[in-house]
Design a protein around this ligand. Structure first.
Ligand code: DAH
Length: 360
């Protein structure tokens, strides 16, 4: 075997054996690099006779080209193999659901609000809204609470700032959802049947009070509405909300400036351990305030009290959520603790309906 033939076989074998880019580069340098074996041979051509140079030169050129081509081919084959391997390893199934378990949950306040809206929608009430920063007139005066009325003190109101020298009464963070009664009367007149869920604010903080909480206001005005309609409506609501066939409500005479007569409503219940049972037992729990809309309030809303009458009620959403789902501390509602939300939260898209079931 000629000398060049030995070189050829040596390098072709090395090229075939090279398993990666680094190995192949090593062979290239050893054979074709500046100081490579074949390059060195080529530099010796100068010392040869013209005859020898012609044959050896042609053979060396052919060998260099062959090895160069073999290196390129091996490189390509290695790259193809690497790509094929990657494709095999990195495949994924695009038909899998994007998130096997949804991470977010619906906050109990949102859930209970939806439950309340679903129940009253069924009773023919639509949803009304009003601003959380409210004028002093809507929050108080229009509800028959004039300036210096003692009820203003009871509310622990947050007042907004007014510029120096501006002595109009300051706006307030609404202390209840009752101002939406006035706004709804102004917007729609009578007859009307609305509920108004939303945030309200009072400067108060303990296990059952937070500076922001949620209420639902109810208002029904027609020509012939009585306390009996109020009682029936609230009983229907409680039966549906607590998902029991039997509820017993107790109307206790009370006083609110915006209703006459006024009643606070208690529900019969029992506590076993921490478990609340509604409709049985010896305890009564207050759940809402209500009454017949005061004529002065109808007037403030632009409705003639000689022609129309109505009932109204206001209940605390957070309170109802605590009762229905056994949540002991109101403050935890607003701490955004993910563990709490996972524990008490509701599955997304689990939308409450009367026929589908309201709660869990
Ligand atoms: N606005 C009252 C409060 O926040 C609740 C209330 C009582 C609303 C009686 C009413 C009502 O509509 O008739 O304490």
């Amino acid at each position: 075997m000629s000398d060049l033939e030995a070189l050829r076989e040596k390098y072709l074998a090395q090229i075939r054996a090279a398993e990666d880019e680094a190995a192949i580069e090593k062979v290239r340098i050893a054979a074709l690099g500046k100081k490579g074996e074949i390059s060195r041979r080529m530099r010796t051509l100068g010392k040869m006779s013209p005859e020898e140079r012609r044959t050896v030169g042609a053979a060396l050129n052919a060998l260099r080209d062959e090895i160069d081509a073999a290196i390129r081919a091996r490189r390509e084959a290695l790259a193809d193999a690497a790509l094929a391997k990657r494709l095999e390893e990195e495949w994924f199934d695009v038909t899998l659901p994007a998130r096997p378990r949804p991470q977010g949950t619906v906050h109990p306040v949102s859930q209970v609000t939806e439950e309340i809206v679903a129940i009253f929608a069924e009773l023919g009430f639509s949803v009304a809204e009003g601003p959380q920063i409210e004028s002093d007139w809507y929050n108080f005066d229009a509800l028959n609470i004039p300036p210096h009325h003692p009820a203003r003190q009871e509310f622990d109101t947050f007042y907004m700032h007014r510029a120096e020298g501006d002595d109009r009464p300051p706006h307030v963070l609404r202390t209840h959802t009752s101002p939406v009664q006035i706004r709804a009367m102004e917007a729609h007149g009578a007859p009307i049947r609305i509920i108004a869920p939303g945030r309200v604010y009072r400067s108060d903080y303990d296990q059952t009070h937070t500076p922001m909480f949620h209420q639902v206001e109810g208002l029904a005005i027609d020509r012939d509405v009585s306390m009996a309609n109020l009682k029936w409506t609230l009983e229907e609501f409680c039966r549906a909300f607590f998902e029991v066939d039997h509820v017993e409500l107790r109307f206790r005479a009370s006083h609110f400036p915006f209703t006459e007569p006024s009643a606070e409503v208690d529900i019969r219940c029992s506590w076993q351990g921490r478990q609340l049972k509604v409709g049985e037992g010896e305890d009564w729990m207050e759940i809402l305030g209500s009454g017949m809309v005061h004529p002065a309030v109808l007037k403030a809303g632009g409705i003639d009290p000689e022609e129309w009458q109505g009932f109204a009620f206001g209940l605390g959403i957070d309170r109802l959520a605590m009762l229905k789902y056994g949540i002991p501390d109101l403050r935890s509602f607003f701490e955004s603790d993910l563990r709490w939300l996972r524990h008490y939260g509701f599955a997304a898209l689990d939308i409450p309906t009367l026929h589908g079931g309201l709660g869990r």
